[in-house]
Write a protein that binds this ligand. Structure first.
Ligand SMILES: Cc1cc2nc3c(=O)[nH]c(=O)nc-3n(C[C@H](O)[C@H](O)[C@H](O)COP(=O)(O)O)c2cc1C
Length: 183
């Protein structure tokens, strides 16, 4: 059995964030061969600035984010939607792990996104935004993972169907085969 580690980036900093609680539920429900590592401290990561993205000047919080993602096999964003796009905290995290160009922690790594909002659309624009950005940043987007779950008519933290759908999304991401260049 190959162990897979998925770095989880939560797009909400709110203490009672439903998306954060969902990420924690998915971590607790993960199969034995999959570890979900929820990366804390995204709120402490400064806005990306190329002037400080040089050896010796990278802010500690950004360096820690890069290390955690680099140590993982996959990346999962669990995020709500802000104003029709992904929240700035997630966008900023993607910017940091996208560099150095083509050699950042995200490069070549399978990436998926799930999340929930209390609207009929469940955050689908934010999720489309995240996959587009992560793909441009060099990740291998696994589109089938995406779940944009409305929280309007269901308690997403306890509903068995919702949790099964999301657990399956984690499985899909963990099992995604990374294509390697032919020798
Ligand atoms: C600044 C802001 C913008 C928002 N814009 C959207 C939006 O465009 N689409 C949407 O579905 N929900 C929107 N919402 C509602 C969030 O989806 C909702 O607050 C959600 O519960 C936040 O997730 P959390 O519980 O993980 O913090 C917005 C909330 C805020 C604070």
């Amino acid at each position: 059995m190959t162990a897979t580690t998925i770095a989880v980036l939560v797009g909400s900093l709110r203490a009672d964030s439903v998306n954060r609680q969902l990420a924690e539920a998915l971590r607790d429900l993960a199969p034995a061969d999959v570890t979900l590592d929820i990366v804390d401290g995204l709120g402490e990561v400064p806005f990306y600035n190329q002037d400080v993205d040089v050896p010796g000047l990278v802010p500690d919080a950004a360096a820690r984010l890069r290390e955690r993602v680099a140590a993982a096999d996959r990346v999962l964003a669990v995020t709500p939607e802000y104003n029709g796009r992904m929240p700035a905290v997630l966008s900023n995290a993607i910017d940091w792990i996208s560099r150095p160009y083509q050699a950042g922690a995200l490069a070549g790594k399978p990436f998926g996104v799930v999340g929930t909002t209390p609207t009929p659309y469940g955050g689908q624009w934010a999720h489309a935004d995240a996959v587009r950005s992560a793909g441009i940043a060099g990740a291998v987007v696994v589109e089938d993972v995406t779940v944009s779950q409305s929280a309007l008519e269901v308690d997403v933290l306890t509903d068995p169907d919702v949790l099964a759908r999301l657990t399956n999304a984690v499985r899909l991401l963990a099992d995604h085969e990374v294509e390697t260049a032919a020798a």
